[in-house]
Design a protein around this ligand. Structure first.
Ligand SMILES: C[S@@+](CC[C@H](N)C(=O)[O-])C[C@H]1O[C@@H](n2cnc3c(N)ncnc32)[C@H](O)[C@@H]1O
Length: 336
C-alpha cells in the first residue's frame, strides 16, 4: 500500500495532479502523519515522479460499512444493539475484540461484520483478558486460523502470535518518546516483551547496545524474531530469563522498567544496573489515583538509598487508565 508524504501547503495541488495521472488510490483516506510538521500522506497506486514512495502503516479505508450498528442494526434488539463492542484493536491483519457476555450469541455475526468493515483483515479473535507475570492473553478465535501477524508501528515491524503474547497499543506516545532517546548509550530493557521499547529505540536512536531481558519464552521467541526483522542484531542482545538474575550491575546509561504490578520488587536491580557516573531510570508502575506520583517517587528513593545511590526526579507521566481508580504511570529519574 503505497503513499507519498507531502507538506499540507502543497497537498491539494499534488492531489489534483495525481488524480489527473489516475494514480490516486480511491479506497484509502488521506492521513495527517505529523500534526506539528503538518505533513499529509496521500495514498497512491504507483510511484509519483519527484516524491519518495513509502509503505503505509495503519491505512484508513473508505468503507461503505462504517459501524457494527449499521451492519447488524436491523436484525437485533435495541438492548443487544447497546451492548455491541464500540472499539477493537487491529494488529496487522488480525482484529482483536472484547465482546460483552450478554451478546455472546452474536459473536460470530460480530466477527463477520468486522471483516466486512476491514476487508484487509482475515482473522478475528475475542479478547478474554491478560493475566499473570508472563502477560498471557486468553483469546478465542472467531474467524480465520492465522493468529500470527506482523504489525507496523512507528516505522518498526512487530511479529507476534496474538493468542500467545500481548501487544499494548495504549502506550504509543511513551514508545515514540523512548524511540528518540539513547543514541550512543548502553541501555538495559528489563521487561522487554516482544521488543516494544527495544526495537523502536534500536531502529530510531541507534544506541551502542541494548540488553533486552524477557522471562516468557513465547515473548522471547518473538523478541528475537523482531530483532532480526528490524535488522537490529548488532544493537540488541536478547536474554531469556528473570531480570532479577540477568540484570548486570554498573553498566547502563539508561534502564527501562516497562512492566506494571510488581515492578517495585525489581527497582534495586534496575538502579544498580545504572553506571556509577549516573544514568536515567524509566520506572513504570500502576498507582492508585490518590498516590500519583508520590508512591512511585518514594519507591524509587527508597530503593536508591538501599543501593547507596542518589536520585533526581526529572519527569512524571500518566500513561493510561489501567483499571477503575488505578493509573499506569512512568517516572523518569536520574540516578547517580
Ligand atoms: C507488559 S509486557 C511488556 C510491556 C511493554 N514494555 C509495553 O510497553 O507494552 C512486560 C513483559 O515483562 C515480562 N516479565 C515479567 N516479569 C519479568 C521478569 N522478572 N524478568 C523479565 N521479564 C519479565 C513479561 O513476560 C512481559 O512480556
Amino acid at each position: 500500500m503505497k503513499v507519498i508524504r507531502v507538506p499540507v501547503k502543497e497537498a491539494e495541488t499534488v492531489r489534483l495532479s495525481i488524480i489527473e495521472d489516475g494514480k490516486l488510490d480511491p479506497e484509502r483516506k488521506i492521513k495527517v502523519i505529523d500534526a506539528e510538521e503538518r505533513f499529509l500522506e496521500i495514498p497512491v497506486t504507483d510511484d509519483i515522479k519527484g516524491f519518495e514512495t513509502y509503505q503505509q502503516e495503519n491505512a484508513l479505508f473508505y468503507n461503505k460499512w462504517r459501524s457494527l450498528k449499521e451492519i447488524l442494526g436491523g436484525n437485533i434488539t435495541e438492548t443487544e444493539l447497546s451492548m455491541l463492542p464500540s472499539g477493537w484493536q487491529i494488529l496487522g491483519n488480525i482484529i482483536i475484540v472484547t465482546i460483552d457476555p450478554s451478546v455472546d450469541h452474536l459473536k460470530e455475526r460480530i466477527a463477520k461484520s468486522l471483516i466486512k468493515m476491514y476487508p484487509s483483515c482475515n482473522t478475528v479473535v475475542r479478547d478474554l483478558g491478560i493475566s499473570g507475570q508472563f502477560r498471557l492473553p486468553e483469546r478465542e478465535i472467531l474467524i480465520g486460523d492465522n493468529t500470527e501477524t506482523i504489525n507496523k508501528e512507528n516505522g518498526c515491524l512487530f511479529k507476534l502470535d496474538v493468542t500467545k503474547v500481548m501487544f499494548s497499543k495504549g502506550n504509543l506516545y511513551e514508545k515514540k518518546l523512548m524511540s528518540t532517546v539513547g543514541s550512543d548509550e548502553i541501555i538495559v530493557d528489563m521487561f522487554a516483551g516482544i521488543g516494544y521499547f527495544s526495537i523502536p529505540i534500536a531502529v530510531h536512536a541507534k544506541p551502542r547496545k541494548i540488553l533486552a531481558i524477557e522471562i516468557n519464552p513465547e515473548s522471547f521467541f518473538y523478541l528475537r524474531e523482531n530483532v532480526s526483522l528490524n535488522h537490529a542484531e548488532s544493537i540488541v542482545e536478547a536474554r531469556n530469563g528473570d531480570c532479577a538474575n540477568f540484570t548486570p550491575e554498573n553498566i547502563a546509561d539508561r534502564v527501562i522498567m516497562g512492566y506494571v504490578g510488581t515492578t517495585h520488587h525489581y527497582l534495586e536491580y534496575g538502579i544498580r544496573a545504572i553506571k556509577k557516573e549516573g544514568g536515567m531510570l524509566h520506572y513504570h508502575e500502576t498507582t492508585p489515583e490518590s498516590l500519583i506520583f508520590s508512591r512511585p517517587i518514594e519507591r524509587i528513593e527508597h530503593a536508591a538509598s538501599k543501593a547507596g545511590r542518589n536520585v533526581e526526579i526529572l519527569d512524571c507521566r500518566k500513561i493510561k487508565k489501567y483499571s477503575p481508580g488505578i493509573w499506569h504511570v512512568v517516572v523518569d529519574a536520574r540516578i547517580s
